[in-house]
Design a protein around this ligand. Structure first.
Ligand SMILES: O=C(O)C(=O)C[C@]1(C(=O)O)C=C[C@@H](O)C=C1
Length: 268
């Protein structure tokens, strides 16, 4: 009796074979990626144990910004730039954790906590404080490595105007968050450190000016060259202004910090 003919592969069989082949390709890429990540963490370990970095300066926001700008500049394909940045933000967080006990002080605000976790990693310890000033005090007493505060805005509440009394002899504004966003961010934050930030190649200066009388915003901006008035407050006989500039700071300005200019990617 002749053998029954073997049934030929159905379209479903072919689809399953294709799925298995594509998944095998993904598995091989995951292995390759993991090998590279292991090598990267070994290089960070070498860098940390080489003694080249001065103590207290594990976090290098300028270097991180320069890396992200370079990667964004060479990026292509369907992976969204926001995903690329998220992946590298977690990588930076893990290399910082490899080098130090890093933690964040911030006022109790869930949205600020999320912004902090997106930038400094979901595993980085955060401690919430009852006020902006308590968060800054925790940094001052070395109970945290950095503090994260809401980006300044004009307010009727003195307690929100941390910039008006910020003491740059001990503290420095080292980053403006989010570093990358493909839309107008709903919330921005200032990162405060105990050391000034390293340059990133494209940086802004945040400065405080005190000017007699009640100059207009435009006049204040002109005083600072190419600056933009972030917030201002009228006091008895003088005006205190917070200005962000890419140019030179006027000689009588108090410099609160320098940081990488955030990237605002266009959504195409
Ligand atoms: O370049 C450094 O100093 C590092 O520690 C490495 C690294 C990185 O992972 O690329 C990690 C943390 C710093 O904030 C900046 C960069």
């Amino acid at each position: 009796m002749p053998d029954a003919p073997t049934p030929s592969a159905t379209p479903r069989d072919t689809a399953l074979d294709n799925l298995a082949a594509v998944r095998a390709e993904i598995d091989a890429l995951d292995d390759a990626l993991q090998d590279i990540l292991i090598r990267r963490s070994e290089v960070v370990h070498r860098l940390a144990s080489g003694g080249a970095k001065p103590t207290g300066t594990v976090l290098r926001p300028g270097r991180e910004a320069a890396i992200l700008r370079r990667l964004l500049g060479r990026h292509s394909g369907p992976l969204p730039p926001t995903a690329l940045v998220r992946l590298w933000r977690e990588l930076f967080a893990s290399s910082v954790a490899q080098q130090s006990q890093f933690s964040i002080a911030l006022p109790a605000d869930p949205a600020l906590g999320r912004l902090a976790a997106e930038h400094f990693g979901v595993n980085t310890p955060q401690r919430q404080h009852p006020s902006l000033h308590a968060a800054l005090a925790a940094l001052g007493s070395r109970d945290a490595s950095i503090a994260i505060l809401p980006w300044p805005h004009e307010s009727d509440r003195n307690a929100e105007e941390w910039w008006a009394h910020f003491d740059p002899t001990h503290l420095s504004v080292i980053a403006r968050l989010p570093f990358y966003s493909d839309r107008e961010p709903p919330l921005e934050a200032a990162v405060i450190g105990l050391h000034s930030a390293d340059p990133s190649g494209h940086d802004a200066t945040l400065l405080r000016l005190e000017v007699q009388g009640e100059p207009s915003r435009a006049a204040l901006a002109t005083l600072s060259g190419t600056g933009r008035v972030v917030a201002m407050r009228r006091e008895e006989g003088f005006t205190r202004a917070l200005i962000e500039t890419m140019g030179e700071a006027p000689p009588d300005a108090v410099i609160l910090g320098r940081y990488a200019v955030p990237e605002r990617g266009a959504k195409t």
